[in-house]
Design a protein around this ligand. Structure first.
Ligand SMILES: *Cc1c(COP(=O)(O)O)cnc(C)c1O
Length: 399
């Protein structure tokens, strides 16, 4: 006997749960790409994307995953031989730095480890030392999905300004957009990247680059940009195909339209509050479990925890055992421990993650927490008692 029948629940940090409304919007015959509804949808789609990003800047869309927009952001702002400063608080910070290095950029990486956020003082000192202003851009990850560290993007902008440095600030919000509060213009971000499959609740396949006038100036100053990655025609198209540099991602556009409608109907502030409420319930449960057993939240500083994803550890290989048990017995899939390998645990089998981005409600989340508790019991993993009740209490108190 297994309890995993019925609709499975994907609790990984992307792709996230897809709302029925998004799925229904995509379930249609191939639309006309020459004229009519689909091309007519684009201006509002772009302006609603910018609302979610909290920017009055421009947006370019790519048929790509997050790795694609890592590339796109760099292709339009910096040239081989330029220097960039990469801030790493986990695997994804290093990933963007690797893409930059492969493009022929000189990359200086400030590594803040796997459990803490960036230190603005170190960023400021590094930029002050760059008297010749060789560094053209600072690459920051808002939420590093591997560690679940949430970085203070406004503080990074303040550090750049305090150093009197002209570098562009680029933020990777692929995990955090529409989960953790993010305000592109108010926080002084020049380039922001996102993707469809996390907080935006749409299947993987669309990547977004948002940019302001400063970033557009950097683009204009480049000698050349490869035709496919150039954001200019995508952001200022004369013809429909130019939005995508080729054939439109027809069904993804309908799915994204439904997802944006849902986000804007709920209201961005309410979306952020819902994710805050759910994240606090998770942290509460994890602290109770951990009070009498090996379970640990990866990020101890509450202010630096993401509301999109939570990275956790047990004793190896219990992270892997718990994931396997939940999938087989409860129909719940948890995220793997990504980029968390240690000498003692080279396959990171002690680690796992709860994805809570996108289309998640309180009963869905309490189901995940109850399933984890069942797994801890079934696998004889020691843990504090009453965690799910305390999570329910946390939700009740926040209503
Ligand atoms: C998911 C993610 C990426 C990579 O996105 P892919 O779609 O897997 O290429 C990059 N950065 C962050 C912060 C992410 O969460």
């Amino acid at each position: 006997m297994s309890g995993s029948g019925g609709r499975p629940h994907l609790a990984i940090p992307g792709p996230s749960i897809m709302p029925d409304r998004v799925l229904r919007a995509m379930n249609r015959a191939a639309p006309n790409i020459y004229a009519g509804e689909l091309p007519d949808m684009m201006p509002d789609l772009i302006s609603d994307l910018c609302k979610v990003a909290c920017t009055k800047g421009r947006a370019a869309i790519y048929i790509a995953n997050g790795h694609g927009v890592w590339e796109a952001a760099l292709a339009n702002t910096v040239a081989p031989g330029d220097s960039v400063l990469a801030l790493a608080t986990g695997r994804f910070g290093h990933g963007w730095a690797e893409v930059a290095a492969a493009r022929g950029l000189t990359v200086e990486t400030l590594d803040f480890g796997r459990r803490s956020a960036v230190d603005a003082a170190r960023i400021e000192a590094t930029l002050r030392a760059d008297k010749a202003h060789k560094i053209k851009a600072v690459l920051a990850t808002h939420v590093d999905t591997s560690t679940s560290v949430l970085n203070d993007i406004a503080a990074i902008r303040a550090a750049i300004d305090a150093a009197g440095h002209p570098a562009l600030l680029m933020a990777d919000c692929i995990a955090s957009l529409a989960c953790d509060r993010f305000e592109m213009d108010a926080w002084g971000v020049d380039v922001m990247i996102a993707a469809s499959q996390k907080g935006l609740m749409t299947p993987p396949g669309l990547g977004f680059v948002f940019f302001n006038a400063r970033a557009a100036k950097a683009r204009a100053a480049l000698d050349r940009v490869s035709k496919y990655w150039d954001w200019t025609p995508r952001a200022e198209p004369e013809l429909f195909y130019q939005y995508f540099g080729g054939t439109a991602p027809t069904h993804h556009i309908y799915g994204l339209r439904a997802a944006l409608d849902m986000l804007l109907e709920e209201g961005l502030e309410n979306v952020w509050s819902r994710h805050d409420m759910l994240a606090r319930a998770i942290w509460t449960a994890c602290e109770v479990w951990g009070a009498d057993g090996p379970l640990r939240l990866n990020v101890s500083d509450v202010a630096r925890r993401s509301r999109a994803v939570t990275a956790l550890s047990l004793r190896a290989p219990d992270g892997q055992r718990l994931r396997d048990w939940l999938e087989a017995e409860m129909g719940v899939t948890l995220g793997i421990g990504l980029g968390m390998a240690t000498e003692d645990d080279p396959d990171a089998t002690g680690f796992f993650r709860i994805g809570h981005m996108g289309h998640l409600n309180a009963h869905g989340l309490l189901g995940v927490l109850g399933s984890i508790e069942a797994g801890l019991l079934a696998l004889d993993i020691p843990h504090g008692l009453g965690a799910v009740g305390m999570a329910a209490r946390s939700i009740a108190k926040q209503r």
